[in-house]
Write a protein that binds this ligand. Structure first.
Ligand code: ZN
Length: 367
């Protein structure tokens, strides 16, 4: 089959609004040959999940895909192969993830928990109603890069900053902490900047990150077009023809694109974001390559390019402090976690990470 006929059939597929594309179609081919149906998980709970298929939403059992490793459990956003019939119907497998958001758990084994899969854009919401906390923004960016998604910083409540010069300085400050990341200011009241955001999210699957009070609910409402919680409750017909009211954590946006909002994402933390930290502090990693010693700790070593940049003002002390803090925290978390699980995650996300770095190189090359 030629690529053009592939793309035609993928774009006219009933699941195209949910993100179905030629890549998923190709991955799924082997399961289609087995008579299984493709679908995207819109909700997961207690061994079952709601899967939207070409024929509607079905409830499916996940017994076949719930091994001991919590990182391999089906989650919202996964593309799955589901049985065409049966009571119960079973999810037979899920397609390899392009990206995944993982939260560390507080359990002794410290294994991660997957919160959302196959996310293209991670929108980091930051409120302009409070003083900017660049270190906090860097944390969220590290998490976003690590997931494999492309981050985007949205400064909310821009209407509270009356002076346009002040606003552009705030945007510049955030840009200095976010190499390779688009930063935009939106006013949810007036709608300024929302068109930019809408255009970005229309091109894939998005999640919203940010601390409480960052304006996430207002942003989500603005994207969805009406109250998100009301939209979440959608009447569905279950396998036995009964009408049920279910909560979806994955929604198709009216302007195009898919939005995932799982409860866990709201409190997400940093988990093994080593490569993510590197991308947030790309200019420091770049300087470090110029250090005389390969293993330079940028402490008192001779020929240290990082300290030289600090001296002549090219690098801010705050950035270096923040970099070190995130690295220390990350190393501590990594030491607690299972090496095998990390290796598997890395393999899954390597491709997406390379794309993110390429996009960043492109963007920096343009400056
Ligand atoms: Zn150095």
């Amino acid at each position: 089959m030629s690529s053009s006929s592939l793309s035609r059939s993928a774009s006219s597929h009933p699941l195209a609004p949910y993100g179905w594309d030629t890549g998923w179609e190709a991955e799924f081919a082997v399961y289609a040959g087995q008579g299984l149906l493709p679908g995207r998980v819109v909700r997961v709970d207690r061994g079952q999940c709601d899967v939207v298929t070409a024929g509607g939403t079905v409830r499916a059992d996940t017994a076949f895909v719930t091994p001991h490793d919590p990182l391999r459990v089906v989650c919202t956003g996964d593309w799955v192969a589901v049985e065409p019939a049966g009571d119960p119907r079973y999810v037979r497998t899920y397609l390899p993830r392009r990206s995944a958001f993982v939260r560390s758990t507080s359990s002794k084994r410290s294994e991660g928990q997957v919160l959302a899969a196959n996310v293209d854009h991670a929108i980091v919401a930051v409120s302009l109603a409070a003083e900017l906390d660049l270190a906090r923004i860097e944390r969220f960016l590290a998490l976003a890069w690590e997931s494999g998604a492309q981050p985007l910083v949205v400064l909310t409540k821009a209407d509270l900053v009356a002076d346009p010069v002040t606003l552009s300085h705030l945007v510049e400050d955030v840009e200095s902490a976010a190499p390779g990341v688009q930063v935009c200011a939106v006013s949810s009241l007036g709608g300024d900047g929302l068109d930019v955001l809408g255009a970005v999210v229309a091109g894939g699957t998005s999640v919203l990150l940010g601390q409480s009070g960052a304006g996430k609910s207002t942003l989500a409402n603005a994207l969805v077009g009406e109250d998100v919680m009301r939209v979440h409750a959608i009447r569905d017909v279950d396998g036995k023809g009964r009408h049920t009211t279910t909560t979806r954590n994955l929604l198709v946006l009216p302007g195009g694109g898919v939005f995932i909002d799982t409860p866990g994402l709201r409190g997400v933390g940093l988990w093994d974001a080593e490569s993510g930290v590197g991308q947030v502090f790309a200019e420091i990693e770049e300087l470090a390559r110029e250090c005389r010693f390969h293993d330079c700790a940028h402490g008192a070593e001779p020929g240290c390019a990082v300290l030289a940049a600090l001296d002549d003002g090219r690098l801010a002390q705050r950035r270096l402090d923040s970099y070190r803090k995130l690295q220390r925290e990350n190393q501590w978390i990594v030491a607690k976690t299972d090496a095998r699980a990390r290796a598997e995650l890395r393999r899954d996300w390597k491709r997406k990470g390379a794309e993110g770095r390429a996009a960043m190189e492109f963007k920096r090359g343009r400056r």
